[in-house]
Design a protein. Structure first.
Length: 405
């Protein structure tokens, strides 16, 4: 095969042999010519020539992490500035992005008065743990790479689960780490924003993993496919709200004939002036927000309602109170079959582990991780539980809880 010479910029990773000499410094000794020679040997019997080398660098495999990510929660570091590792698994940019997103929404919430300054401390506790996990994976993975050069079949087999591959240590390590390296394995520990048994918000209606829901706080919201009612488009629910800095409240409404009272009660309690829904409402009520799909009433929150009913039977204004009907672009019918839950009538409800008839409320952090899951019931309970969670998150007294002097 001859690759034409014109306009070809190619990036090559070339493994340079290591040395047992403790003074050996590949950055000083490995020249571009030496690296090119390695590339030629690896590619033999094919040949490779260069018109010019645009850039080259020698990277000794190693892992490094900063002791702290922040100085007094005023100076913050993220990305390569605070964690470095080998480039073998393509994680540097992913991790840097997630660091930035994790920090950005928290700064936005503090600046907007939605959260106390103390929320900023969760940046380091959440992201440093992930970097430590990454470094641990990278150390194991890089060792396998360095121990010997993996064959083309091994590399192909590791990146293509369906392809032919011998299941050796290299492939097993890669596959076992796929959840983590794809980004879905990020798991934050319980803290103020990720509900857990020691969270300040305690309420009998709060659900936990395998006790009423399959969602885990501090982990990503499960992907689900639903029908958007206003235009009948089949959409990915988890992608419906853009990265707009708002908490996402998914109201899984169950079967409307069974839950209409609970949904009305929830809306009535959300509308009280001291609820988390009302307290951050836009103050400039005269401004026309008709076209604001995601934040018509506040930038603190975006609401979605998902009903266990075929799209053709949904009448938004007749079935939903004004608070939820206002978010009409975010009303969905849970009527798409999903092979992961083949027996479910409402597959999105089922994937979240929620009761398909009764529904439930899922609060997702602005960066897509589950904050808390609450049962949907008639009366004040659901709103109380949500107010308790948001009281802890915002540092404000919400709902029925009022300071008594
Ligand atoms: C060859 C190579 C291949 C890679 N391949 C992958 C890959 O396939 N997948 C992957 O996920 N990651 C990959 N990475 C890693 C990824 O590029 C980095 O981890 C990621 O870019 C880190 O992002 P960052 O924002 O922390 O830092 P950077 O992207 O390095 O951004 C730092 C910025 O700060 C600027 N800067 C520095 N000093 C100053 C100063 N004093 N004042 C103002 N600005 C300053 C720099 O110019 C730079 O623009 C690769 C890296 C390299 C080098």
């Amino acid at each position: 095969m001859v690759i034409p010479r014109e306009n070809n910029m190619v990036r090559l990773y070339i493994q340079v042999a290591s040395s047992t000499d403790k003074d050996w410094n590949p950055r000083k000794t490995a020249t571009a010519e030496e690296v090119q020679q390695h590339a030629k040997e690896i590619l033999r019997p094919y040949t490779i020539t260069w018109d010019r080398v645009e850039w080259f660098s020698v990277y000794p495999i190693g892992q490094g992490i900063a002791e702290n990510y922040t100085l007094d929660e005023r100076v913050f570091m993220g990305g390569d500035a605070c964690h470095t590792h080998s480039p073998k698994a393509g994680q540097g940019m992913n991790t840097a992005f997630l660091d930035a997103v994790n920090l950005a929404w928290k700064i936005h919430h503090v600046e907007s008065g939605f959260a106390p300054r103390s929320i900023l401390s969760t940046y380091e506790s959440e992201r440093k743990l992930i970097a430590e996990n990454l470094l641990d994976f990278d150390a194991r993975y890089a060792k396998l790479f360095s121990a010997r050069i993996p064959s083309a079949g091994e590399v192909a087999g590791a990146s293509n689960a369906s392809g032919p591959a011998e299941e050796n240590e290299f492939i097993k390590t890669f596959k076992a780490s796929c959840e983590f390296t794809s980004g879905y394995g990020v798991a934050y520990n319980p803290n103020t924003i990720n509900w857990g048994p020691s969270h300040p918000a305690q309420h009998p209606l709060i659900l936990s993993y395998q006790k009423g829901t399959s969602l885990r706080t501090g982990r990503t919201f499960h992907p689900a496919t639903v029908t958007r009612v206003v235009d009948s488009n089949v959409v990915h629910l988890e992608q419906e709200i853009p990265l707009n800095g708002s908490y996402r409240m998914y109201i899984f409404g169950g079967t409307p004939s069974r839950t209409s009272r609970a949904i009305k009660d929830l809306s009535a309690h959300l509308s009280t002036p001291s609820s988390f829904y009302s307290i951050f409402a836009h103050r400039d009520t005269n401004k026309d927000r008709y076209h604001e799909r995601h934040n018509p009433h506040t930038t603190f929150l975006t609401l979605c309602t998902i009903l266990n009913v075929p799209r053709g039977q949904v009448d938004i204004d007749a079935m939903l109170p004004a608070v939820l009907a206002r978010y009409r672009d975010h009303v969905y019918a849970d009527d798409i079959w999903d092979q992961r839950v083949p027996d479910a009538k409402a597959s999105a409800h089922a994937k979240m582990g929620l009761n398909e008839e009764e529904g439930g409320i899922v609060v997702v952090r602005p960066d897509g991780y589950v904050g808390v899951v609450v049962r949907l019931v008639e009366g004040t309970g659901t709103a109380e539980a949500l107010n308790k969670y948001f009281s802890a998150v915002t540092g404000k007294t919400l709902g029925e809880e009022r300071a008594v002097l």
